[in-house]
Design a protein around this ligand. Structure first.
Ligand code: FEO
Length: 401
């Protein structure tokens, strides 16, 4: 693939990782990702962002089709995580830039990752734009969106925001722009990315969007470091509106039932709970952890009004896949949920208490759960249906409040 002009004298020179499936526990499904890098041809030729170790060659190869690599004077590293900085040592070695700009926090994080003793590293001053010649780069610190070292670069004259991880989606493809991409795919991948990466930082997301709107920045392109570039006012507005929606996590009349099962008793209970929710007009997603990855579950959880978690009791605890799901979900800090636990047991029956406490600990409004010894019969199944109806009614009341 060739470099792609995204604006006058600005080129996408990033890398496409068709094979990538895992991001520290978040499974990309099923499209790989891109590590976007942008080359700006001005009096000071500048490369914005890079990729992981192993992708420097692909980036250099594309950059070399735009300019002589020796003419690149600046590199800007908007974020220090290794999927955007792993290629930096090789890029710095090959390009030998006059400056490598980053945030003050990234100066620390990059130094902790690599031997930067020979790098012309310089922490940016957020008050003073960097002049490249015809254009000025305004650096905006976006701490905890999603690392303390994160910043974005706004090229005012080009109305271009290079937004680093924010507004990303994990889509590997030949298409570079949002208007070349199916809207359903784009929304799904943007939501999945948000729910699995950005969700804990939703308050910062809302604050940043508010600050952008207040500053009245004119933006007609958002170029994230993953996925396609949001091109045109309409798509930029759409990206911002979606991000607001993801960050607000307004509950909808939807419930996610997530569970694991040993001998199908908890699975049978899950079906009965779903029936009760359905009676109350709630859209149900039943997600067995044997066939759904936790990332699939989070893609459904972010806008669900209720999350019901099932586990049998196993060795006086809960099944390991459910424990992993709860740990993952807790870290992502979903908001505005009603929670409930259910599950079978053989002799002791601790799982309901463990799951209920975990949900309460996450800030869910937890309603009393249902447990059943060994195999659910009429009475236990009726209790599960009643649980579904109780949660459905509580959700309806919450939505109409
Ligand atoms: Fe895409 Fe925070 O790295």
């Amino acid at each position: 693939m060739k470099p792609v002009a995204i604006k006058d004298d600005i080129y996408w020179v990033g890398a496409v990782d068709w094979q990538r499936r895992d991001f520290h526990g978040y499974t990309i499904s099923p499209y790989g990702t891109t590590y976007n890098a942008f080359l700006v041809k001005d009096e000071k030729i500048t490369l914005f962002d890079s990729g992981p170790k192993g992708f420097a060659g692909e980036i250099l190869c594309r950059a070399a089709q735009v300019c002589d690599l020796a003419d690149i004077e600046y590199i800007v590293a908007n974020h220090g995580e290794m999927d955007h900085s792993g290629a930096l040592p090789e890029l710095v070695e090959r390009i030998r830039p006059k400056k490598v700009f980053c945030s003050p926090m990234a100066a620390k994080s990059l130094a902790a990752h690599y031997d930067v003793s020979g790098w012309p590293l310089e922490a940016v001053d957020f008050k003073t734009p960097l002049c490249l010649g015809k254009r000025n780069v305004h650096f905006v610190e976006t701490r905890m969106l999603h690392w303390p070292d994160s910043m974005v670069s706004y090229l005012a004259e080009d109305k271009l925001l290079i937004s680093q991880d924010a507004f990303g989606q994990n889509i590997a493809g030949a298409e570079r722009f949002s208007d070349e991409t199916d809207e359903g795919l784009l929304r799904r991948q943007a939501a999945r990315y948000y729910a699995n990466i950005v969700l804990p930082y939703s308050p910062m997301t809302l604050k940043t969007i508010e600050a952008i709107e207040k500053a009245g920045l004119s933006i007609d392109m958002i170029a994230p470091d993953h996925g396609v570039i949001w091109r045109g006012g309409k798509d930029v507005a759409k990206a911002i509106a979606w991000y607001k929606e993801f960050a607000l996590q307004k509950p909808t009349r939807k419930a996610v039932i997530v569970y694991d099962t040993m001998w199908k008793s908890t699975e049978t209970m899950a079906q009965a709970v779903a029936s009760g929710l359905d009676d109350e007009g709630v859209a149900v997603r039943i997600m067995a952890l044997k066939v759904n990855h936790r990332s699939d579950v989070m893609e459904e959880v972010w806008n669900a009004g209720a999350v019901l978690v099932g586990s049998p009791t196993h060795n006086n605890g809960i099944l390991p896949p459910v424990a992993a799901m709860l740990t993952y979900m807790k870290g992502l800090k979903p908001k505005n949920k009603i929670g409930a636990a259910f599950g079978s047991y053989g002799w002791s029956g601790e799982s309901i208490k463990i799951v209920s406490e975990a949900l309460t600990d996450m800030g869910f409004e937890t309603v009393p759960g249902v447990k059943c010894q060994f195999v659910p019969k009429q009475e236990a199944l009726a209790a599960c249906v009643a649980l579904g109806r109780t949660v459905g009614a509580a959700l309806a009341a919450k939505l109409s409040a």
